[in-house]
Write a protein that binds this ligand. Structure first.
Ligand SMILES: Cc1cc2nc3c(=O)[nH]c(=O)nc-3n(C[C@H](O)[C@H](O)[C@H](O)COP(=O)(O)O)c2cc1C
Length: 369
């Protein structure tokens, strides 16, 4: 039996990995494996984390960092720190208050929260605070009209940035979930979506993947259409190659998220940190590039920024905290990561985010270890 969430943070919880261990006590097997798992053999999911160890921090002693801060401006708005909350589906699976608890913590911590298309709470019920930084993550729906009404709803409600996820036109083969017969409980579902009206026509000889799963998958034409009908800044999430980054800029996106969806869709792709440097080179400052995947420490965030990311998203870490202690846990986790980032900046001689450059990290092999 899983235990109810904590109502206070015990002294022994001081890091993401502590929250991960704690979360196991509060989730049943179904929710746990859905959360931690990745596609296939989970090689990419694991490599997302381990790739951060290929980079080492380059300290800079005796630096005067008084007056330092972690603030940044992005898409015309000001943020206190560069650690944002990634879209994660079905959050009432992990805590009874689900997305509401996450939004509350995000508000308290001045953290943008990207609400998933697969949110288990109505968009209307998440947005309660004025000036709260809420972004909306879009999955294209089977029909453009359905997609448009979702986007218009988010715009009307004051969601500020549209994050369009393009790396998951199908769910991916998650063997861990298959082995345990993962199912969403009946009370958890995508309450903001209408069920698709039409099924793709299908003949016995058709490929299930190409002609059914991918029947309504978006293409670059859909991105161009969406850009023409939405007035929100659009960020494209799930880019792993310089070629796709170039294409995204050429159609006019406002930003790029380098991501492999936490290794949940296709096993064997590049860990996101490994994909970052070449994309940064190609983008060459034309739009902000964000990163997600595998960050578990403020020091990891620092490394991502040093390799050129403007900001980062965390996914599983805040859900571990949500499952452990609801809004309180999420707020505490964000504060913990921010403190770790600040300590790393101070000891590496960086007074603000602009001081975090490629010279602040050493790649193993470049360094003598
Ligand atoms: C349980 C779970 C559900 C997710 N749901 C979504 C989603 O609905 N939309 C989306 O764009 N990404 C989704 N993601 C991917 C995250 O946004 C993010 O890319 C990933 O979690 C980052 O890796 P990390 O978990 O190592 O931080 C999900 C990830 C997890 C773990």
């Amino acid at each position: 039996m899983s235990q109810p969430a904590l109502t206070a943070i015990p002294q022994y919880i001081v890091s993401t990995s502590d929250y991960q261990q704690q979360a196991r006590h509060h989730l049943d097997d179904n929710a746990w494996h859905y959360l931690v798992g990745g596609a296939g053999d989970e090689i990419t999911a694991n490599a997302n984390e381990s790739t951060f160890q290929q980079y080492l921090l380059n300290t800079k002693v005796l630096s005067d960092v008084r007056g330092g801060h972690t603030q940044l401006s992005l898409f015309g708005r000001h943020y206190q720190h560069p650690i944002f909350l990634a879209p994660v589906a079905y959050q009432t699976l992990f805590h009874p208050q689900g997305e509401r608890a996450t939004a509350l913590a995000a508000h308290v911590m001045n953290t943008p929260f990207t609400v998933s298309s697969l949110s288990s709470t109505l968009l209307e019920d998440i947005r309660s605070e004025d000036e709260q930084a809420l972004w909306f993550q879009l999955y294209f729906q089977a029909e453009r009209q359905q997609t448009l009404s979702l986007v218009e709803r988010a715009e009307l409600l004051g969601y500020q940035v549209l994050v369009v996820t393009v790396d998951a036109p199908l769910a991916g083969i998650r063997n861990r979930e298959q082995r345990m017969g993962f199912q969403l409980p009946s009370h958890v579902h995508a309450v903001n979506l209408t069920r698709s009206s039409g099924e793709a026509s299908h003949h016995q000889s058709d490929s299930f993947v190409f002609n059914q799963l991918m029947a309504n998958a978006p293409t670059w034409d859909d991105i161009e259409w969406l850009l023409s009908v939405s007035r929100l800044p659009m960020v494209i999430k799930g880019i792993l190659s310089p070629e796709d980054a170039e294409k995204a800029i050429s159609v006019g996106v406002a930003g790029i998220v380098v991501s492999n969806h936490g290794g949940r869709i296709l096993d064997g792709v590049l860990p996101s940190l490994a994909a970052l440097p070449d994309i940064i080179k190609t983008v060459n400052g034309r739009v902000p590039v964000l990163l997600d995947g595998g960050m578990r420490r403020g020091g990891d965030v620092f490394k991502a920024l040093a390799l050129g990311a403007s900001a980062v998203f965390i996914g599983r870490p805040y859900i571990y905290a949500l499952a452990s202690a609801g809004a309180l846990g999420v707020a505490h986790l964000i504060r913990t990561l921010c403190e770790e980032l600040e300590v790393t900046m101070a000891l590496c001689g960086c007074r603000d985010l602009s001081a975090i450059t490629r010279a602040c990290v050493l790649k193993k092999g470049e360094a003598d270890v």
